[in-house]
Design a protein around this ligand. Structure first.
Ligand code: ATP
Ligand code: MG
Length: 294
């Protein structure tokens, strides 16, 4: 695709043919994705399908073996992670990463600092520009805590929060970078049904009130199906389907690989010979790890 075509069609993010091998294992193989501003797109697939690796390639945590990525029409392939973050792509991790000893507010402020506009000299001399920036950071950090309903816990050590609240704090930290694109890696892992519903509402508000575009990895199919505009399905590193949740949910290959139905039934359904309720997964899609439980 030419640069002009990219500019015309993809206003936020575009990548093609991303690939990553670890030794002989092709973890990601020819991954293509385009995101328009304001979308919520789900990246789903079985354990080990390559979803987190895709996030690592997009955010510069891992170097892609081949392919290219553009963010706001800028070529970002090969940029270091901090440069990509600075351009406006933020992420959360599958396992919570917080500074447990620091207060909830300080955790957000630290995340904000990577965008601070003062230099080292201004900081060392506590120049007015530094003090202004500090006040601004504290005010904005508090606003993000309020957005996520964490303002009452601002002074508590982050490590003392219950699990679901720590997940929220992770979101606040990611948003504090003033990202335009937010990559969420299994944000509902370890949450109960009520917390998952609340998280779904928060992600909707992140889109509608903050205008942030979301790429979401999640195994909770109820959440994914209800929240995402579009889905991309990975299996063994390759994209096996893409489309609306309804299209993907009815795709025989996806059902076979991920949603856990025998292929014959799906073929029957596709032929119209038989209609059936979508079956629940045959087995837990991924056993929850201990550190994901409260
Ligand atoms: N740094 C690494 N070194 C070696 N192999 C890796 C590395 N990172 C990922 N892999 C392998 O690449 C494959 C894809 O892993 P990845 O973590 O991207 O899967 P995933 O879709 O996120 O799975 P899950 O749903 O379990 O989180 C797996 O087989 C994994 O073991
Ligand atoms: Mg993963």
């Amino acid at each position: 695709m030419t640069d002009a075509a990219i500019r015309k069609e993809f206003d936020l993010f575009f990548c093609e043919k991303l690939a990553k091998s670890f030794g002989g294992l092709r973890a990601v193989d020819g991954f293509d994705l385009e995101l328009r501003a304001g979308e919520i797109v789900g990246l789903i697939g079985p354990n080990g399908a390559g979803k987190t690796t895709v996030f690592n390639l997009i955010t510069g945590l891992e170097r892609t073996d081949s392919g290219q990525a553009y963010f706001e029409r800028r070529y970002i392939t090969g940029l270091p992670a901090h440069r990509i973050a600075h351009l406006g792509i933020a992420r959360t991790f599958q396992n919570i990463r917080l500074l447990g000893q620091l207060s909830v507010l300080d955790n957000v402020k630290v995340a904000y600092h990577c965008h601070a506009r003062y230099g080292l000299v201004a900081a060392a001399l506590r120049l007015p520009s530094f003090r202004r920036a500090e006040r601004d950071i504290a005010r904005k950090s508090m606003a993000f805590l309020e957005f996520l309903g964490l303002e009452g816990e601002a002074g508590k050590p982050a490590g003392s929060l219950p699990y679901g609240r720590r997940r929220r704090l992770e979101l606040a930290r990611a948003l504090a970078t003033e990202a335009k694109l937010l990559l969420l890696d299994e944000p509902a892992a370890g949450l109960n049904e009520t917390e998952t519903a609340e998280l779904t509402a928060v992600i909707r508000r992140i889109r509608s009130e903050l205008g942030v575009t979301v790429l979401l990895i999640e195994h909770d199919m109820k959440m994914v199906m209800g929240l995402c505009d579009r889905l991309v399905v990975l299996n063994f590193g390759r994209t096996i389907a893409r489309g609306t949740p309804a299209e993907v949910g009815a795709d025989p290959e996806v059902i076979e690989a991920y949603l856990g139905r025998p292929k014959e039934e799906c073929v029957k359904q596709a032929d119209g010979a038989e209609t059936a309720e979508p079956a629940p997964p045959k087995q837990p899609l991924r056993p929850r790890r201990l550190d994901e439980r409260r």
